[in-house]
Design a binder for this molecule. Structure first.
Ligand code: HEM
Length: 409
């Protein structure tokens, strides 16, 4: 991907007012991330009540791997006005370990592999429809529905619930911390209560009547035991909270990872051709896209005074870790701005690190692999449609939307 010429004068004033949610940087977020990382591995901004912003792999890893010093009781900057638990991400060990013990097997490589035929069939059908309809917005027609419909199947929810769940996902993820008062109030007063009511109903229904077919994630949550209070089932409120996190995590991330990957391939015919001719490289290409287009900036609450890269972080300070910036840290990667499908070692922070490392990483990787395999088979030649540059959104979950492609013969 080409580097644009955008440069930022990163002086003290710039850093003091740095807003990692600013739409100003949306067109090319990596120009500003590069500039901030060059200033320091960790910088302090006075916005949002003050927060630290970590841009390097080593320091990012250190924060994520140390839940004692950096608690995930608050994972958003600015902290939401009306916070609610998103189990297990907002819970610290040891309780976190108990939830993970119940949840991890539900997303194991074996469980996820069972879904492969269904994911492939769905990818083929979606791409076929996309092509026959004249190749419009790849995000709306393939990158959103593919992981979303798989997610509903995994959880054991009806496909007809998807439109409502996508709306609630937006409210939990972006609406409740939106700068616009109307958007935020609507999310807090209408959307989120609506979601909580829906989730309570599906949990109660599942308790009343477990499904007769293959067990799904919701059944696993309802019927499992956690090692808290001497061992007990999860309460309804805990399951609702876990479902909320799964909705947020499952309905946004793969969509954007796939969208950014497709944008890159549309703009780089050399990479596209290489992948079409060498499909066995697709798994390493997926890792490289995840590194290059890491999307999540998560945050932590500091529990005790600590020094990072020469800066004193005080107890009570919020620290945001930019996995997009860490993914292109020259101290960690050779040629970080180059997409290379032959990186021998490619440890990245796209899925986080430490105890909260992504629970859905096996599913995400499989979905991306299958999607790219089917793209390379069914539509190996494509470019960005003329006058239709995709839209990027900066912030705690980077987005790529409006990806209109032209398919070449
Ligand atoms: C490319 C796709 C994905 C990316 C980039 C991604 C990224 C992440 C990151 C960075 C974290 C750590 C957050 C933190 O430490 O604060 C995380 C956690 C998590 N992810 Fe993902 N994720 C993806 C897909 C998924 C999917 C498909 C699911 C489930 C269906 C999922 C479920 C979760 C859950 C439940 C957690 C919390 C784990 C815990 O707290 O122990 N993710 N993800």
């Amino acid at each position: 991907m080409t580097q644009r010429d955008t440069t930022f004068a990163v002086d003290e004033e710039f850093l003091r007012t740095f807003d990692y949610e600013s739409p100003e940087y949306s067109e090319d977020p990596h120009s500003v991330l590069r500039a901030v990382r060059t200033a320091s591995p960790i910088v302090r901004s006075d916005l949002y009540g003050g927060y630290w912003f970590v841009t390097t792999y080593a320091e990012g890893y250190r924060v994520l791997a140390d839940p004692k010093t950096f608690s995930s009781s608050v994972t958003l900057v600015p902290p939401p006005e009306e916070p609610f638990d998103l189990i297990p991400v907002t819970v610290d060990p040891p309780d976190h370990t108990a939830y993970r013990k119940l949840m991890t097997p539900l997303f194991s490589p074996g469980e996820v592999a069972r879904l492969e035929p269904a994911i492939r069939a769905r990818a083929r059908a979606l791409i076929a429809t996309y092509l026959s309809a004249g190749a419009g917005d790849f995000v709306a027609e393939v990158a959103i529905p593919l992981p979303s419909t798989v997610f509903l199947e995994l959880l054991g929810l009806p496909q007809s619930d998807l439109p409502r769940l996508l709306q609630w996902k937006e409210a939990i993820l972006r609406g409740r911390v939106a700068a616009d008062d109307d958007v935020r109030n609507h999310a807090l007063q209408v959307e989120i209560p609506g979601f909580l009511e829906y989730a309570s109903t599906i949990v109660a229904d599942r308790r009343a009547a477990p499904p007769t077919g293959a067990p799904d994630v919701l059944t696993g949550l309802v019927s499992g035991t956690i090692n808290i209070d001497g061992g007990r089932p999860m309460t309804d409120a805990e399951i609702v909270s876990a479902v909320a996190l799964l909705v947020v995590a499952g309905l946004d991330t793969v969509t954007n990872a796939l969208a950014f990957s497709m944008e890159t391939l549309a703009k780089r015919p050399d990479l596209r051709q290489h992948l079409a001719e060498n499909p066995e490289l697709i798994p390493t290409a997926v890792e490289e896209f995840l590194r290059f287009w890491s999307t999540v900036t998560t945050s932590r609450y500091t529990t005790t005074d600590v020094e990072i890269a020469g800066q004193l972080i005080k107890a009570g300070d919020m620290v945001s870790i930019s996995t997009p910036a860490a993914g292109r840290d020259p101290a960690q990667y050779e040629d970080p701005e180059e997409i290379r499908f032959d990186r021998a070692v490619n440890r990245h922070l796209a899925f986080g690190a430490g105890p909260h490392r992504c629970l859905g990483s096996h599913l995400a990787r499989l979905e991306m692999k299958i999607a790219l395999e089917e793209v390379m088979t069914m539509m190996p030649q494509f470019v960005i449609a003329s006058c239709a540059e995709p839209t990027h959104v900066f912030g705690h979950m980077m987005e790529c939307t409006n990806l209109k492609l032209t398919i070449q013969p």
